[in-house]
Design a protein around this ligand. Structure first.
Ligand code: NAD
Length: 481
């Protein structure tokens, strides 16, 4: 049984929720859950009380806590990866990568905060107004916001924790984390590690329980100044609409339906290999998975055949097996949603190539849709599972129109040997990133990451951006004698 973390104290509430292994559908662990709103209020009060002292801790000391936490994570990385695989169904080789990334996010935050938080002295003597500027020193410094609520998605329980906690802690904020109810174990482990690394009491809480109850308490509290959310667009927008009423700083990272455009001069073998991995890694449950593949008519048949062959080579199996490429999806509800997408595509004329169906847990057959068309639901909505629609285009304008024909705008990719064409297309793609000749999955953890349109609201995530967003500029003016 795992307890909640309230300001560093492990709390057993006496009420539990079972954590299910998506690979067999069976519960393997229990976590304490919040039933009583008083515990949420207590976490907020602790975060408020500890902020005053914590924000005064020298930056070098806050950086040291993160460095120490990264060292402990490094020592326990195999256990952390196993926990992540068990709760999320992520293949162990991918879980190891996620833990290594989380460790690196802690280090980047510890190392780079000093540069991001650097202030300025303004040359106000350049301005006529207000009069007397030649006798003033005007500085701009950055100060932490206060309490930040971090709401995590199920699909990156460790790296999302790292992105939402490490930059805020180094900035001097206190943090209340609300992980997904499906995958809370990694966040609880990382929360404990933060305290082992020397985090002062009160600064961080990890709350598990009914999302709407905990969420509403955090979102509506005037004591909380910032929300960093990653999850679906529907939930993100509903949180944002309430959070603005108490004037909170927002970082909302939401859904995606990333296109991959393959031109007729592309290196087809590379385009196939990259786009299969981009779509089927973690059974298609990545925000920036290559969810729609848009291929020039000259190479469509060749590409589609090679794509199906490559999908057939993927090894579907137990997430803890070293050789597994693709595991289950997160829940039975997710399985039913996938069935609806396929039914709609079938009715609208798609040819369906489907892999083996595993009759346990929440596995879904790896599926490719040939002759997909832009009117299908798979081309408009976010598909969070192992399903790849391949659409044909004949002109570059048509490819751009298809790529832009969803409400989402996270990342995108183009495969071509002609850099001029790629740059022309990239100007018209309405996405937060355009990756030329590689995967929509590319992300650099230090840099801004996120989407436009319905994929993002407020500032983007990324260590430097989070530190910047979750701190306030303050002008300090000193009058000289
Ligand atoms: P979700 O929207 O269902 O849940 C996200 C989080 O919000 C969870 O912790 C959930 O418990 C919480 N939540 C749900 N209802 C709430 C409420 N009323 N108040 C407060 N919190 C509430 O998303 P998910 O299924 O966990 O994650 C998958 C989604 O996340 C996909 O859409 C994916 O694209 C997106 N995602 C985006 C990024 C990105 O960087 N843009 C990264 C990873 C995942």
């Amino acid at each position: 049984m795992k307890s909640l973390i309230i300001g560093g104290e492990e709390v057993d509430t006496g009420e539990y929720s079972s954590i299910v292994n998506p690979a067999n559908g069976e519960p393997f662990e229990k976590v304490s859950v919040i039933k009583d709103k008083d515990l949420i209020k207590r976490s907020i009060d602790l975060a408020e009380d500890s902020f005053r002292e914590f924000s005064k801790l020298p930056l070098k000391d806050r950086s040291k806590i993160l460095m120490k936490a990264s060292e402990i994570m490094e020592m326990r990385k195999e256990d952390l990866a196993k926990t992540l695989s068990l709760e999320s169904g992520k293949p162990i080789k991918d879980s190891r990568v996620e833990i290594l990334r989380a460790i690196s996010v802690f280090k980047i935050a510890a190392e780079e905060a000093r540069f991001v938080l650097e202030g300025k002295v303004h040359r106000v003597d350049a301005y006529e107004y207000p009069p007397g500027n030649q006798n003033r020193i005007v500085m701009e410094v950055r100060e932490p916001l206060g309490i930040v609520a971090a709401i995590l998605p199920f699909n990156f329980p460790a790296n999302s924790f790292a992105h939402k906690v490490a930059p805020n802690i180094v900035a001097g904020n206190t943090v209340i984390v609300k992980p997904s109810v499906s995958t809370p174990l990694s966040a609880l482990e990382l929360g404990k590690i933060m305290y082992e690394a020397g985090l002062p009491r009160g600064v961080l809480s990890v709350l598990i329980g009914d999302s709407a109850v905990i969420g509403d308490e955090l979102i509506t509290s005037k004591k909380i100044q910032g929300i960093t959310f990653t999850g679906s667009t529907k939930v993100g927008l509903s949180i944002a609409s309430k959070a603005v009423l108490t004037s909170k700083r927002l970082m909302m990272e939401m859904g995606g339906s990333d296109p991959i455009i393959v031109l007729n001069d592309a290196d087809i073998e590379k385009a196939v290999n990259v786009s299969v991995k981009a779509r089927f890694e973690y059974a298609g449950q990545n925000c920036n998975a290559g969810k729609r593949i848009i291929v020039h008519e000259d190479v469509y048949d060749k590409f589609s055949k090679m794509y199906i062959d490559a999908v057939n080579k993927l090894k579907v199996g137990d997430p803890l097996d070293e050789n597994t490429d693709v595991g289950p999806i997160i829940s039975n509800t997710a399985v039913n949603t996938m069935n609806d997408f396929i039914e709609d595509a079938k009715n609208k004329g798609a040819k369906i190539y489907s892999g083996l169906r595993i009759q346990k847990g929440y596995y879904y057959p790896l599926t490719v849709l040939i002759n997909a068309s832009p009117d299908m639901k798979v081309m408009k909505e976010e598909v969070f599972g192992p399903l790849a629609p391949i659409v044909k285009f004949s002109s570059i304008d048509e490819a751009i129109d298809i790529a832009n024909s969803t409400d989402y705008g996270l990342q995108s990719a183009i495969f071509t040997k002609d850099l001029n064409k790629a740059l022309r297309i990239s100007k018209e793609l309405k996405f937060g990133a355009v990756i030329i000749n590689n995967s929509t999955r590319l992300r650099w953890d230090a840099l801004p990451f996120g989407g436009v349109r319905m994929s993002g609201l407020g500032n983007r995530e990324g260590v430097r951006n989070t530190i910047m967003t979750m701190t306030e500029p303050k002008i300090l003016s000193i009058e000289l004698e």
